[in-house]
Ligand binder design. Structure first.
Ligand code: DP6
Length: 322
């Protein structure tokens, strides 16, 4: 009753913010992401029939009680399906900084769902895995698949699963993640989702989501970078407008975030294939085509920003048991 799985984080190209059902983590709107190869979570799940307690180690350190509680609740879903009561020992290892707006929960819950179900010998397909992963962390549903992925947000639990739009081979988009602030803990997504509807702008953002999803899907399928850049930046800005105007307001951008955003826009105006997108943190994901990669690095690490850390990811594969 032991299994190890690897899953990658993902960056949302069309983002969701706010849930239509917080309990089931059904998002308010559909979303599209790119699975990030090169960055990974490796999760070991070992069930022990002699114990009913769970334990969780994250990067060699025992996890805080709320983290363990959330993971235990997720394991309960799998235990319920398998008719098992055994406690589990979880060990989670990531190769990228956590809590920095690089969805570490997405990779962790995708890997936990896969390793847990495999250890319990539940034979689940990717649709079923994504439904369960979504209940651990909404964006984790997308990390079950590789490449370009869409998470459907429908009325029911069963209809809100993730599916692949195009594989990781389809289009070589590089994500250069500029870490402008590694340490600071901001308001987590789970809290953010519960207050999204307090922004008067949220209704308009959700209503317009089908149009943005269509534009993004088409840009991906046609490998049309200019169209992708426009819709991705607009979608990211719209989500941050909700965050800034919710009650209480959430401001994730720092001065350096704005500097990098400006550098990216400026570079694109001069012909480079690059755009930015930002999750619930200050760090900037610079999505670019390989031919623009060196120019992007040079532009963002300009002057006083020379010492900023930049992580690199490329389209990555689906979650898998190792
Ligand atoms: C800004 O999946 O992190 O990254 O279910 O509370 O874990 P929880 O939420 P989470 O929310 C994702 C928010 C986002 C946008 C996105 O990935 O679509």
């Amino acid at each position: 009753m032991h299994s190890v799985a690897i899953a990658h984080p993902n960056i949302a190209l069309i983002k969701y913010w706010g849930n239509r059902d917080d309990e089931l983590r059904i998002p308010a709107n559909g979303s599209i992401s790119l699975t990030l190869g090169g960055l990974e979570n490796r999760m070991s799940v070992r069930f022990d029939e002699r114990s009913e307690e769970d334990s969780l180690i994250i990067n060699e350190v025992p996890a805080e009680p709320q983290m363990l509680e959330r993971a235990s609740a997720h394991l309960d879903l799998l235990r319920g399906m398998a008719g098992v009561a055994a406690g589990a020992h979880l060990e989670s290892q990531t190769n990228f900084p956590m809590g920095a707006g690089i969805a570490s929960s997405a990779a962790a819950y995708a890997a936990l769902t896969l390793a847990g179900s495999s250890a319990l010998e539940l034979d689940l397909d990717q649709r079923a895995l994504s439904l369960i992963a979504r209940r651990g962390s909404g964006s984790a549903a997308r990390s079950i698949h590789g490449g370009f992925v869409e998470l459907l947000a429908e009325d029911s639990n069963e209809a809100s699963y993730a599916q692949q739009i195009a594989s990781e081979e389809h289009w070589q988009i590089i994500d250069l993640i500029v870490i402008v602030d590694e340490g600071v803990k901001h308001t987590g997504s789970s809290i953010g989702h519960t207050i999204a509807s307090s922004s008067p702008l949220q209704e308009a953002r959700v209503k317009d989501a089908p149009r943005r999803l269509l534009a993004c899907r088409n840009a991906i399928l046609e490998r049309d970078f200019q169209s992708l850049a426009q819709i991705v930046e607009r979608d990211s800005d719209m989500m941050h407008a909700i965050m800034m105007t919710s009650e209480p307001p959430l401001h994730f951008w720092s001065g350096k975030t704005l500097q990098v955003m400006a550098a990216v826009r400026d570079l694109r105006a001069r012909g480079a294939s690059v755009c930015y997108t930002i999750d619930a943190g200050p760090n900037v994901h610079c999505l670019c085509l390989p031919e623009s990669e060196q120019d992007v690095l040079q532009a963002v690490k300009n002057g006083e920003n020379g010492s900023l850390t930049v992580l690199r990811a490329q389209p990555g594969p689906s979650a898998r048991v190792v």
